[in-house]
Structures are given as C-alpha cells and as structure tokens.
Design a protein around this ligand. Structure first.
Ligand code: ADP
Ligand code: NI
Length: 211
C-alpha cells in the first residue's frame, strides 16, 4: 500500500475505533475495500479513491464537532498530497453526502466511485444493521405506524427531526439503488436492494401478526 494512504489509514482507524453510530472504523474499511473494487472496474484513480474513502466521514456532523473543524482536520491529513489531489479529495467528501437527497450529482469519476462505495454500505444486510444501531444511538423507535415517512426533507430536518429506523428505509435506503453512479456499483446495489425489500416485507408481516 502507498505510504501516504497507510499513514492516513492509521490515523482514521484510531480516531473512529469507538464511534457508536455505525460510522466506526469498520464502516470506513468496508467503504475502502468496495471503493478499490469499483475503482479498478471503472478505471478510476485508485489513490484518490482510497484517500477519499478513508477521510470521507471525518468532516461529517455526526463525527466532527462542526463541519469546519472536521474539514480543517482533513486538510492537515492531506498536506503530503499534491495541491490538486488535496482539492479533489476535499471536493469529493464535501459533495458526496446524502443529506436528505437534495444534492447535485457528484462531478468526477472518483467521486462517483467513493459515493457508490459509501451507499453500498447503507443497503443490504450491513445497511439494515447500521440503521438500527444509528436509530438506537439517537433514541428512535424501531417503528411507529403513526409517524409517516417524510417525502421531502431539508438536510436539517433529515438530520434532526424524530423518525424511526423503519422510516429511514423509505426516506433514504430504498432510493439509493436508482442513484448509483457506476455500472459496477449498480450491479451490487440491485442484489442488496432486493434484500432490503424482502426484509421489509417480512417485517410488516410479523408486525401485523400475519405469518
Ligand atoms: P451520508 O453518509 O450519505 O451523509 P447519512 O449520514 O445520512 O448518509 O447516513 C449514513 C447511515 O447512517 C445510513 O445509511 C443509516 O444506516 C444511518 N442513518 C442515518 N440517518 C438515520 C436515521 N434517521 N435513522 C436510522 N439510521 C440512520
Ligand atoms: Ni460513510
């Protein structure tokens, strides 16, 4: 592995080891592996994808005290990179987040790769597990039929209003398949999406006591 990538990896691993909302080191490691796989298939710049995957959550409001503080931390980590690579990684991590789904498509192939890798970790079996951990960490319920899933949300409403774990499937997770950027990502997403759908069917059957 590239020495710069290795040093950034050591830093991020230490920082996110104990993170408790499903954005822990193992999330980053899975995104890194998936980003490598997609980057190779799509002929993207592997170095940029690896660095962006490693730092992609450091400036997130769930992890950093503020986005500004998080970005300053990332800028420090990126000092050994060429200036143009620093700018590229910063662009990727500031544009790839879902934030309620109101965002523009990302601009570069490497941003598409890392965004797809992050989104794949939000669906399938792992995505389901992360959603319940996140909801638990916020004090949200598994499900409440009296709370309707929101159709359109501002990024602040998406982040701060009360919701439920099951509503998050309708508010975000089921939308991700159709938002995939790359062919490689879409192929993996289709299988994971089908798993989400069958989980929800079974969940609602058990909720109604109909099986
Ligand atoms: P992004 O990393 O694209 O900004 P988020 O931070 O909103 O996306 O979400 C990352 C993951 O955290 C989701 O895929 C989900 O597992 C979990 N998560 C985020 N918001 C919620 C929520 N309101 N309820 C349950 N899980 C959530
Ligand atoms: Ni992430």
């Amino acid at each position: 592995m590239n020495q710069v990538v290795n040093e950034i990896q050591i830093y991020v691993r230490k920082k996110l080891e104990m993170e408790g909302s499903g954005h822990d080191w193992y999330h980053i490691e899975r995104v890194l592996k998936q980003a490598r796989r997609i980057a190779k298939e799509e002929n993207a710049n592997l170095f940029i994808c690896e660095v962006a995957a490693l730092v992609h959550d450091l400036a997130d409001d769930k992890i950093a005290s503020s986005e500004k503080a998080g970005l300053e931390e990332v800028e420090q980590l990126l000092v050994p990179l060429h200036k143009s690579d620093q700018a590229h990684v910063l662009e990727i991590i500031t544009t790839m987040s879902f934030k309620g789904g109101n965002r523009q498509p990302v601009r570069t192939l490497e941003a598409q790769v890392v965004q797809d890798a992050d989104r794949l970790d939000a669906i399938g079996a792992i995505g389901i597990a992360r959603t319940f951990v996140y909801a638990g960490s916020k004090g949200d319920l598994i499900y409440d039929p009296s709370i309707q899933p929101r159709q359109h949300m501002t990024s602040s409403a998406y982040r701060h209003e009360q919701s439920t774990a099951i509503n998050h499937f309708y508010e975000k997770l089921l939308k991700l398949k159709d938002l995939m950027n790359t062919k490689t990502g879409l192929k993996i997403a289709e299988e994971r999406h089908a798993f989400l759908a069958s989980f929800l069917t079974q969940f609602h059957r058990e909720w109604e006591g109909s099986n």
